[in-house]
Design a protein around this ligand. Structure first.
Ligand code: AHR
Length: 695
């Protein structure tokens, strides 16, 4: 099945699940009474909507882990994204017949050579025939990175304004050996594509007939920021040289070796996420069993990691993971951002319907999952805890949630029930305190949570914005592990952010049930948006190229929600909420669906029990200012002045981009006229957070 068919199936599956759940949840009367269609012609002005907040009625508590991140290798999220590595196809395994993304410099020639492997994992090398090299005509190899190699000047700035420094020094490394007779030096350099500017260079000598690792620092001279640059290794001496694992790292977040890109890490840190769902998504499963995220092959010395083909390679040829970004790198990412891993374990099903029946055949995979949990949480007296210590991290990581598989509703074999229960029983027996997440309904055991996915239009998100209000609290809790309002590409626009905010009000208001949520996908490299390029999935939270990055309006909506909420969910009710008419798409089989009335204003109210501050969120999806009367009962008083954080735009199509990274960003303003009863205009196309100080 190609990825387009896969996508179509995925979307319809999530839509059907959504529709079923909407039918199950009758709209709360309190929230929709006396609604009025804004598109109907009326001579009398519509009544002002009223929102009541009962400050003495705490319905439930906000899950302290509600807001998290979902991640996987898609859209060049790791290699070409958050992983600091700048060299594309550094191990020459992305294509078995061609040294893709590598070029010859000067009078040389390059080829893949399986007769000179570095080791069993990196079982091919790049052979440079430089026998014609001379002082005037050097020969060598060149790599243009992931759509560029960044050089940054001293006025460098990003959308976060954080990563302002020029790159102090790059760390270049590679394994090399030479045929008998080569006694020359290698010049390692970063140059402009036109060859006119050499930003940094260093010399390496002493190559022998045995593989050896060479490392140099490349300190660039100050120059204007650019990404149209290339990394080169050249020689002026004749000879034959083999290379493997050719690597170039800029400084990384927290200066971790083999670490992460600082600007992207900072954008994430600013969201204050509580967990990271890893390692996927489809990326966990792979197209075939032998292309799954096989975690044991992603740890230890990076030169011993064989790498694997990406499930997104159907859409983007040569999409390959070196697995330099492996399990420990995910865990250290969590540690750096003070969030917990939410570990998804491979559950015996791969995307192209390659699966293992429950029973004895599945047992090695169950054991793999138990070993993986031990690698994350075990102390140094355990086999896999000791391995983690050996890999450089003696301290165990915290872990509370384990997910078994991904989107197993695709598994038409009916094997998930048995597969899940086999994993569930084994994990619970050894780790009774872990919360186990199923990816779809099962009968033979009771999961602690179910992972629900929603990729929807703005209207659909708004239509289902009361989905959880009436969901019975008797079944498993909910993890909304992937969701997005899919409006705007490569990153969502303001319409997407509005749909997201309506949906987040729903999740936050019901976060006694919805314990965890994570938007997906998180990242997209926006360098090459044509088919086969850097994007496999439009509508992603954060965009970037080799040089810079930005958050979409959806990113800012997500950040506003995750960094502004209380711990108590207050009871709310409303009247006269305006609605609009939505014509849902035809049902399966072409049958027309009935038009529906959908609210145009969305809200929820939480309170910080320590300070007494009520955090009120109001979303106005209309192109006109919306007055709303707010009545707060159950508290003696509310300060007249407070603070509002507002994300708004002139048009729902407004968006952020590499060229215009901060067109739509939240603004914090002081507000007056607040109290236990006040009326306020909420701007067109806006998400407002009002912080109300109570006494
Ligand atoms: O987020 C993109 C993809 O959507 C994920 O890999 C998969 O789990 C879902 O179908």
């Amino acid at each position: 099945m190609n990825s387009r068919n896969y996508l179509a199936r995925k979307l319809s599956a999530s839509k059907w699940l959504g529709l079923l759940l909407i039918c199950a949840a009758t709209f709360s009367r309190a929230q929709t009474t006396n609604s009025e269609a804004t598109n109907s012609v009326s001579t009398t002005p519509p009544p002002v909507p009223v929102l009541q907040i009962q400050a003495d009625n705490v319905k439930a508590h906000v899950s302290p882990t509600l807001y998290g991140l979902m991640t996987e290798e898609i859209n060049f999220s790791y290699e070409g994204g958050i992983y600091g590595e700048l060299i594309r196809n550094r191990t020459f395994k992305a294509n078995p017949t061609n040294a893709v993304y590598w070029n010859t410099v000067g009078n040389g020639s390059i080829s893949l050579d399986t007769n000179q492997p570095l080791n069993d994992a990196l079982n091919v090398s790049l052979k440079l025939d430089a026998t014609q090299a001379t002082k005037d005509s050097p020969a060598g190899i060149a790599n243009g990175g992931y759509w560029g190699i960044p050089v940054k000047d001293s006025n460098w700035t990003t959308s976060t304004g954080w990563d302002r420094q020029p790159i102090a020094a790059y760390h270049a490394s590679f394994y090399a050996k030479a045929a008998n007779g080569f006694d020359g030096t290698l010049t390692v350099a970063i140059q402009s594509n036109d060859g006119k500017t050499v930003f940094a260079s260093a010399e390496v000598s002493g190559l022998t007939g045995d593989w050896k690792k060479y490392e140099v620092a490349l300190t660039p001279k100050s120059s204007p920021s650019s990404k149209d640059n290339v990394f080169k290794i050249t020689t002026t001496s004749p000879g034959t040289i083999w290379f493997q694992q050719v690597s170039l790292f800029p400084p990384t977040f927290n200066n971790r070796a083999n670490g992460n890109r600082p600007d992207l890490m900072q954008l994430l840190a600013d969201m204050n996420p509580k967990f990271l769902r890893l390692p996927g998504g489809n990326y966990l499963e792979g197209d075939y069993i032998n292309e799954r995220f096989d975690w044991k092959k992603t740890i230890g010395d990076i030169s011993q990691r064989p790498g694997h083909r990406s499930p997104w390679a159907d859409q983007s040829p040569n999409y390959w993971s070196t697995d330099g970004f492996g399990l420990l790198e995910y865990l250290e990412w969590c540690e750096d951002l003070h969030m917990e891993p939410l570990l998804a374990v491979y559950a015996g099903y791969s995307l192209k319907r390659d699966y293992i029946k429950p029973g004895d055949d599945l047992q090695p995979y169950v054991q793999d999952a138990l070993d993986e949990i031990e690698y994350v949480t075990g102390d140094a007296t355990t086999k896999w805890g000791a391995q983690r210590a050996k890999d450089g991290h003696p301290a165990p990581f915290p872990l509370h949630y384990v997910e078994v598989g991904n989107e197993d509703w695709f598994d038409r074999s009916g094997s998930y029930d048995g597969r899940f229960t086999q994993f569930f029983n084994a994990i619970k027996a050894k780790y009774p305190n872990l919360q186990i997440i199923a990816t779809t309904k099962v009968k033979s055991s009771t999961p602690d949570l179910i992972d629900e996915h929603y990729y929807e239009s703005q209207e659909q998100m708004e239509a289902q914005s009361q989905m959880y209000d009436n969901r019975p609290r008797t079944g498993p809790k909910v993890f909304v592990g992937e969701w997005a309002t899919r409006v705007g590409s490569p990153t969502p626009n303001m319409a997407g952010a509005l749909g997201d905010a309506a949906w987040m009000c729903n999740m936050e208001r019901n976060s006694d049930l919805v314990l965890l949520e994570s938007y997906a996908p998180l990242f997209v490299n926006v360098s090459d948006l044509k088919r086969g390029g850097s994007m496999q999935w439009p509508s992603d939270l954060i965009g970037y190229d080799a040089l810079t990055s930005y958050g979409s309006p959806s990113y800012y909506a997500q950040k506003m929600f995750s960094t502004h909420h209380g711990d108590e969910i207050l009871a709310t009710s409303s009247q006269d909420i305006p609605t609009y008419t939505w014509q849902p798409p035809a049902r399966r089989g072409g049958q027309a669906a009935a038009p529906r009335q959908i609210p145009s204003l969305f809200y929820d109210a939480t309170r910080d029990s320590a300070s007494g501050t009520i955090v009120l969120k109001i979303v106005n999806r209309l192109g006109t200012p919306q007055p709303m009367k707010i009545e707060i009962s159950g508290t003696a008083s509310v300060d007249a002045s407070g603070e509002a954080i507002v994300l708004k735009s002139d048009s729902p199509n407004d968006t952020n981009s590499i060229k215009d990274p901060v067109k739509v960003v939240p603004v914090t303003e002081k507000v007056d006229g607040l109290g236990t009863s006040f009326t306020r205009d909420f701007p067109p196309y806006s998400i407002t957070i009002l912080e109300l100080k109570t006494k």
